[in-house]
Design a protein around this ligand. Structure first.
Ligand code: GLA
Length: 394
């Protein structure tokens, strides 16, 4: 995560003054529970030690002046609340609106690899809002959950992605050494210790595959899944959350549905079951079982949710036949992005280099890998060494 000194230097370079305060919000990986967070499922992500840092200073000009290290050539973008904006600028504007801020200097820095499905947009959503809220300590503060919901809404409105709430929750409520079990129906969460993974390595391999169509196809899957869920609800006489009904009863209903609703529904039910089993595997320290669950999750994302690609499938198969790799699967929204792999011990550099060479040979794509370290959820910083957890502050 970018430290205070770098944030401050960047801020001074562009705005001339020191920032008043900054919020750092982490990216996330997801252990299990994919494409079910918008359908009331439970998911098991964790916040990582890389993320987005947003430094801010209040002004009186009635304008938002924004600079981001992701667009180095662009310099400062000036946003006036009355003008409609598209894309990233529109997103920042929407986030500022959610905090009722019309005047501030905002610098956004990130050390999250872009386009790898580590959820930089959710981290921006949390960090921008919390930094701006921290500029008005006398205002009535929203709850941390309300900030997550507002960040999700801003993504829907400004970026056009009908995302669930997993990424924002993970960025806000994550804690070192733990995954976070999120009940996306109740909007509650609890820490799940990862002690049993001590000595193992969580590896993320970037497939090198661009995700240009991701937003539209993601939204399509969202519509198909929720459509299938509504149909199942009708067929079995109604429920609030699908988890109220017996798994087998819903599975029987799903099997009788037409294509592709049957497979979408099966993914939802089986993925929810995998989230439960994964926790059993962690409790029992059954590493082989965890690996099997990951791979089964991949097969379901490939065949039932249909969010994988042939290149990602190739990468998953290669990883799964690598010594010490317990299991692997596509991670995140899909249609490109990264593969998550669980290794019994830190993977051998030469072995991984060879794997990526073979992958490039088969797909012409250049992959990269990194080892992921769990880190804390979002925090505020007002100088070097002074920091405070956002979830505890709000
Ligand atoms: C993206 C979305 C999340 C979630 C995942 C798939 O990361 O932002 O809400 O739906 O895809 O599990």
């Amino acid at each position: 995560m970018i430290g205070w000194q770098r944030m401050s230097d960047f801020f001074v370079k562009h705005f001339g003054d020191e920032p008043e305060i900054a919020c750092c919000a982490p990216g996330r990986i997801n252990l299990i529970g994919e494409h079910i967070d918008y359908a009331g499922g439970q998911v098991l992500p964790l916040s990582i030690s890389l993320g987005v840092s947003v430094a801010v200073r209040a002004t009186r000009q009635g304008l938002l002046r924004v600079v981001s290290d992701e667009y180095p050539g662009q310099g400062i973008v000036t946003l006036d609340g009355s003008t409609a904006q598209d894309g990233p600028a529109g997103y920042v504007l929407e986030l500022a609106r959610m905090t009722e801020t019309t005047s501030a200097q905002i610098a956004i820095l990130s050390d999250l690899p872009v386009g790898q499905g580590l959820s930089s947009s959710a981290a921006i959503g949390i960090a921008v809002q919390c930094a701006l809220l921290a500029l008005k300590p006398d205002a009535v503060m929203p709850s941390a959950r309300a900030v997550c919901r507002a960040a999700q809404r801003a993504e829907h409105l400004a970026l056009g992605t009908s995302c669930g709430i997993m990424d924002q929750y993970a960025s806000m409520f994550g804690s070192p050494g733990n995954a976070i079990l999120i009940d996306t129906w109740q909007e509650t969460h609890q820490a799940v210790p990862l002690d049993s993974l001590a000595g193992c390595s969580i590896i993320l391999v970037d497939s090198g595959q661009p995700r240009e169509l991701s937003a539209s196809q993601y939204n399509q899957r969202h519509a198909e899944m929720t459509g299938a869920l509504n149909e199942a609800k009708r067929l079995c006489g109604g429920f609030n959350c699908f988890r109220e009904k017996a798994h087998d009863e819903l599975l029987t209903i799903a099997e009788a549905m037409p294509e592709p609703a049957n497979r979408r529904m099966r993914h939802l039910l089986m993925e929810q079951r995998r989230v439960g089993r994964f926790q059993d595997g962690l409790r029992e320290r059954d590493l082989k079982m965890l690996g099997r669950i990951l791979y089964a999750g991949h097969c379901s994302l490939r065949d039932d949710a249909e969010v994988s690609t042939p290149q990602i499938d190739t990468l998953v198969e290669m990883l799964c036949s690598t010594p010490d790799c317990l299991g692997a699967r596509l991670m995140g929204g899909g249609f490109g992005g990264s593969v998550l792999a669980l290794f019994e011990s830190p993977p051998d550099e030469f072995l991984m280099a060879g794997l990526l060479r073979d992958y490039a040979g088969e797909t012409t794509l250049g992959g990269r890998w990194l080892q992921v370290e769990p880190g804390p959820g979002a925090w505020l910083q007002s100088g070097r060494g002074s920091w405070r957890s956002v979830a505890e502050w709000l």
